[in-house]
Design a binder for this molecule. Structure first.
Ligand code: NCD
Length: 332
């Protein structure tokens, strides 16, 4: 991407004029690669735009903010929610979408590199959303891209748009972000959504509990950031002693696809399960979150519990992605 001048929002080196309805929101023309790009003010901006998007969808179903714009949805890893909510977000704002989910049917099978694939798609589109199995892939692709690129998950690295929708849901449900006790449970090593969410919650006064088996601990890189931010945290192997005290329980799937040894997955895959008995011991206003897909880790009997927030997260994802698309393309 060509960097923009922060003061004017003008594309550096670009001679073309900015759109007449351009708003300098700090996001225009920018990549979204990591949650490290966000501070509290930027989050609030995206959340208020997401509120607008929600009411817009509820009242009219669509708008024509991004009419004429095309999004390239480039997914090298499976996805249901992320890819379809980006696509729906684009459609609801009047734009269009080219989805390359089946990389096996694209020139990637012929050996085409990621930079070449991104450069190809952006010559037809205005913005690229990329999911890739390699950590750091979005950052590499963005170096070659001339147009904005959004990271939709880079291996075990980050998943910034998921963390944005997670915090939006917490604020929506609990009406506050400071002073919360948050437990993250499951595969904290490979689960990229936890990596992004931990970083973002570091902007608020959070008491963290990291609940994982020894071999699926939060990576040292992220723990070091939590330490540096001065937020209190504890590493536990069970949620038992804290379940009655926490405000948020964020469950994650054990990331089968990241394991080299299938037996190791068999040993750890069903270690943690949230069931009605566990929920009965939680606070009446605790929320249970999950980025989905779930496999074994939340029993379906829990779905009707009003504290189960995962379906709300899923819906909020579309409003957040609408807000991001509009902000990056300069129409928010
Ligand atoms: C997550 C992901 O892809 O990292 N899913 C999602 O985008 N909602 C979580 C997961 O796959 O377990």
């Amino acid at each position: 991407m060509i960097a923009t001048d922060v003061a004017t929002g003008q594309l550096k080196g670009a001679s073309r004029a900015l759109p007449a309805d351009y708003v300098n929101n700090g996001f225009f023309g920018q990549d979204i690669l990591s949650v490290r790009q966000f501070d509290r003010a930027k989050l609030q901006y995206i959340y208020r735009v997401a509120d607008e998007m929600r009411s817009l969808v509820n009242r009219f179903g669509k708008a024509n903010l991004l009419e004429g714009k095309i999004l390239a949805n480039l997914f090298y890893e499976p996805s249901t929610r992320t890819s379809s909510s980006f696509q729906a977000a684009m459609y609801r704002l009047g734009g269009r979408c080219i989805s390359i989910n089946e990389v096996h049917y694209s020139s990637v099978t012929k050996g085409e590199s990621l930079p070449d694939t991104v450069r190809t798609l952006e010559s037809y589109c205005d913005l690229t959303v990329l999911r890739h199995p390699q950590k750091g892939a979005a950052e590499i692709a963005a170096r070659y891209a001339r147009k904005p690129l959004i990271n939709a998950g880079d291996g075990t690295g980050e998943h910034p748009t998921q963390a944005l929708l997670d915090i939006y849901t917490i604020e929506d449900d609990l009406h506050r972000l400071d002073g919360l006790k948050v437990a993250m449970m499951g595969d904290l090593k490979y689960g990229r959504t936890v990596h992004s969410l931990t970083r973002l919650l570091g902007l608020y006064n959070t008491q963290f509990y990291f609940v994982a088996p020894e071999s699926l601990h939060l990576p040292e890189e992220i723990l070091a950031e939590v330490r540096a931010s001065g937020q209190p945290f504890a590493e536990l192997q069970s949620v038992d002693e804290i379940i009655g005290d926490i405000d948020v329980l964020y469950m994650t799937r054990v990331q089968k696809e990241r394991f080299e040894n299938p037996e190791e997955y068999e040993r750890l895959g069903r270690l943690f399960v949230v069931d009605p008995a566990l929920m009965a011991r939680a606070k009446s206003d605790m929320i249970l979150m999950h980025p989905l897909p779930r496999v074994y880790e939340i029993a379906m009997e829990v779905d009707d519990d009003p504290r189960a927030a995962y379906f709300r997260q899923m819906e909020n994802g579309m409003y957040i992605r609408m807000a991001l698309l509009a902000a990056v393309l300069g129409k928010a």
